[in-house]
Design a binder for this molecule. Sequence first.
Ligand SMILES: [Zn+2]
Length: 193
Amino acid sequence: MAVSTSCKGATTISSNSEFDSLISALPRVESWIDQYISEHRSSAVPLVARGFSRLGAYFLPDTLRTARVVYVPKVVTPPLGALGIDGFTAFEQGCYQGITYKDYLFVESSHRDSESLHFHETVHIVQWRELGPLDFLFLYAKGLAEDGYDNCPLEFMAYRTQQEFENGTRIPDFEPKLIQMVRDEARNAGFLG
Ligand SMILES: [Zn+2]
């Protein structure tokens, strides 16, 4: 996701038991996401149909071909509290320009022409795909809880590469390198062997 300025939420989750209850609630978050996607599928457009000219220099053709974008008046986060996950109230109340659920980008309509924002969210698509839904959700929530939004590893990766994109930095083999970063992050978190 990409946040609007001055709207960043902190979290208050910290203890092991809170992490345990977070893990057990994540399948409910995934179900909510699947339902949300199915409600918006008919208004989704292929990312490639948007005609952004620079994304293809960074992402592999298959990634761009499978990505879908839905333009929404307001970006919606999963209702974590209602799904039994405490401690993320500020996150739920944040203001976001975009959010990625699996291979669907949900972008606030007023930012529909921001190629940079679509770049940022496509980084999250690669993260979702490489980690799988439950590990993505856990790593994202763990990062928010432990490091805050700016330093949550999955966000840090998206913002840092977005900055390089905005600077026009050419990065040969960007997506394979991104995949390696995601796998390194998963390994650091104790996933993967
Ligand atoms: Zn993001």
